[in-house]
Design a protein around this ligand. Structure first.
Ligand code: GMT
Length: 366
């Protein structure tokens, strides 16, 4: 098949899923055209069957807000015509799905598949300023997928939609995320300290304040270091909280990193404190590396973590509960090893990339 893929190119789970899915399909012989504002961060554009088309628009003084959605639709039309695309697969309802529907109106033939990821539904799409356009995008897509049951059910309820939403859970390429693939598995540790890691795009929804306060409580009984990976708007505020709690010398900020498997492999525990999370791909990546998580009970996280077996789930905003579970795991080597083994097994059995690719291809053909 010939497939156009649109995603946010920067760090973030939806772009990662779009990229890994596209690459896996290209390796099966499908022709994959990424149509995006920049090269997606993990895209090996040199590989066979992978193409990248950058969206750009004419700057014009009258355009106080450049109409990217229109430039994207226009690029989708051009690429679909030139390469005879069968499918436009867009990750995120807003604005990618709207652009794809407009492109389909112009082209008349291409099929639009929309994958819902998270805040396009859980936060932004529900705002009055986006509600009707988001609903329209979902209803008008030829097929819609969601990354968790929670997200599919929430979408149907919030937007009063009875259309089928195919749930295809996020997945892991264990050819990349496995300890066997790592050259180093202890690059973060000094001495006998425990390593706690968090990876995100540091937005308000991640509630990092709760995570940092939990870390402060963990340090009352465990010699631990917190490693924060990623970048985002909340980082300055996070640094202020860390300073005010006197934790600065126990926290490392690594920014966005390409060596994620190695970093995860050096951690003992992953912490996630989100207020809402449709899935929590970062937790699944940690699990693939044998790192259990303590996470808040935020939406789809129960579809990823089995409480008491592959991690612990605590109420959102509750730093004492998060700290208590973290200390349990960090101080009990036998428990941590058994959770770690269960994590790796679960990822291989329930979140394989091969199964996900088959499911997406079935939706394309549907
Ligand atoms: O919507 C977002 O918050 C951004 C998005 C992203 O690109 O990282 O995250 C969402 O999609 C991921 C991949 O499907 C999920 O793992 C995240 O849980 C989801 N984020 C939220 O629901 C907050």
């Amino acid at each position: 098949m010939k497939i156009g893929v649109t995603c946010y190119p920067t760090y973030g789970g939806s772009g990662i899923i779009a990229t890994e899915l596209g690459v896996a399909m290209a390796r099966l012989g499908h022709e994959i055209h990424f149509i995006s504002s920049a090269l997606p961060v993990r895209l090996p554009v040199y590989e066979e069957n992978i193409f990248f088309h950058e969206v750009s628009g004419l700057p014009y003084p009258l355009f106080e807000h450049p109409p990217y959605t229109l430039n994207l639709a226009n690029k989708m039309v051009a690429v679909a015509r030139e390469y005879k695309l069968d499918i436009l697969h867009v990750h995120y309802a807003i604005p990618h799905s709207v652009s794809a529907i407009l492109a389909r109106d112009i082209l008349g033939s291409v099929k639009v598949v929309t994958t819902l990821h998270g805040t396009d539904i859980l936060l932004v799409g529900q705002d009055a300023s986006y509600f009707d356009i988001t609903r329209h995008a979902i209803v008008q897509s030829d097929a819609v997928t969601a990354v968790s049951d929670y997200l599919a059910e929430t979408t149907k309820r919030v937007f009063s939609i009875d259309k089928q939403i195919h749930v295809i859970k996020n997945f892991i390429d264990t050819g990349v995320f496995s300890r066997e693939q790592c050259k180093e598995t202890d690059i973060l540790r000094h001495g006998d300290e425990k390593i706690i890691i968090h990876v995100s795009n540091f937005r308000p929804v991640k509630d990092i304040g709760t995570l940092v306060r939990a870390f402060g409580k963990i340090r009352e009984s465990v010699n631990a270091k917190l490693v924060l990976v990623g970048e985002g708007p909340e980082l300055p505020a996070v640094k202020t909280v860390i300073d005010s709690l006197g934790l600065s010398k126990h926290v490392r900020f690594l920014g966005s990193q390409g060596t994620l498997p190695e970093l995860l492999a050096s951690a003992d525990l992953f912490l996630l404190s989100s207020k809402v999370e449709s899935f929590g791909l970062a937790v699944l990546e940690a699990m693939a590396m044998g790192v259990p998580a303590v996470s808040t009970d935020s939406g789809g996280i129960r579809e990823v973590i089995e409480d008491g077996k592959t991690g612990f789930i605590v109420p959102a905003g509750n730093d004492p509960a998060m700290a208590k579970r973290a200390v349990e795991l960090l101080t009990d080597d036998v428990m941590r090893k058994s959770f770690a083994d269960a994590c790796v097994r679960t990822v291989r059995e329930r979140f394989s990339i091969d199964t996900a690719v088959e499911e997406y291809l079935r939706v394309y053909r549907g």
